[in-house]
Design a protein around this ligand. Structure first.
Ligand SMILES: [Zn+2]
Length: 266
């Protein structure tokens, strides 16, 4: 019994100390585990924040580049329409239609082809309107033959605000000259033709009148549309004018001014 007591005493004497030591070790271990856990949590939070920050940083310039790229693509009508600013009030789309092209020369007098004059004036008008912030879509921008159906389809698909077709006139009486405008069934088309005629007149161009005509490009387009006969190639003096860059520039300015008046008038 004594032996047992002694034994217990011998073995038991250091027991509270060991327990105490084990307790301290456990406490330290738990504290360390807690600390490690806390550090891991902080690292995870920092990692997530870092990823989000880097993602945002990388994403913003990528978006800008994309917008700029599509904005530059003016030849593709779909890209053009999707690259526009979101607010519909900022966008004003005009389709300019250079009459004839390719094998379709239009009227020809003294080696002057209508298709060449219409293209030159249309390209100049496009340049002026783009400088005013107007989105311009061309039915052709080089010497290609585009069907009348396709010209209407381009304008209708783009849901353009206005359509202006550019042509040159001819008449059996070579003394007849002056710029004319045509519209079909619609007060807005008529107004557009009148505005361009008035702008031409203000720039010193000889003008005639506006008239309702059943031409396909002004009939089958769904927006206000005008067809401008910018002068008579059958008239020698006007033909000479139409060949000159100065006069082409003036007529193009008249088209642009008329469009801008129409835009302002709503
Ligand atoms: Zn023509």
């Amino acid at each position: 019994m004594d032996k047992g007591v002694n034994h217990r005493q011998a073995a038991g004497a250091p027991l509270p100390q060991r327990r105490k030591k084990r307790g301290v070790r456990l406490a330290v271990a738990y504290a360390l585990r807690g600390l490690i856990g806390l550090l891991a949590l902080m690292l995870a939070v920092l990692l997530v924040c870092g990823i989000l920050y880097v993602k945002e940083y990388l994403d913003s310039p990528a978006d800008t580049t994309e917008t700029l790229d599509t904005g530059k693509d003016t030849t593709n009508e779909e890209a053009e329409s999707t690259s526009q600013p979101q607010s519909p009030t900022d966008v004003y789309t005009v389709v300019l239609d250079a009459g004839h092209g390719g094998v379709q020369s239009g009227c020809v007098f003294d080696g002057v082809l209508e298709k060449d004059i219409t293209l030159a004036v249309t390209l100049l008008a496009a340049e002026k309107l783009r400088a005013e912030g107007v989105t311009v879509i061309l039915t052709r921008e080089d010497d290609t033959d585009v069907s009348l159906n396709r010209r209407c389809q381009i304008a209708n698909d783009a849901a353009a605000d206005l359509f202006v077709s550019v042509h040159c006139n001819s008449y059996e009486d070579s003394s007849v000259s002056g710029l004319e405008g045509y519209y079909h069934n619609g007060t807005k088309g008529k107004r557009l033709a009148e505005y361009i005629l008035a702008a031409a007149n203000a720039l010193g161009v000889k003008t005639r009148h506006v008239k309702d005509e059943n031409y396909q490009v002004i009939r089958d387009t769904t927006m206000p549309a005008a067809l401008m006969e910018i002068g008579f190639l059958s008239n020698p003096a006007e033909r000479a004018l139409l060949r000159s860059e100065d006069y082409q520039n003036t007529v193009a300015q008249a088209v642009a001014d008329g469009v801008m008046t129409m835009r302002a008038a709503g």
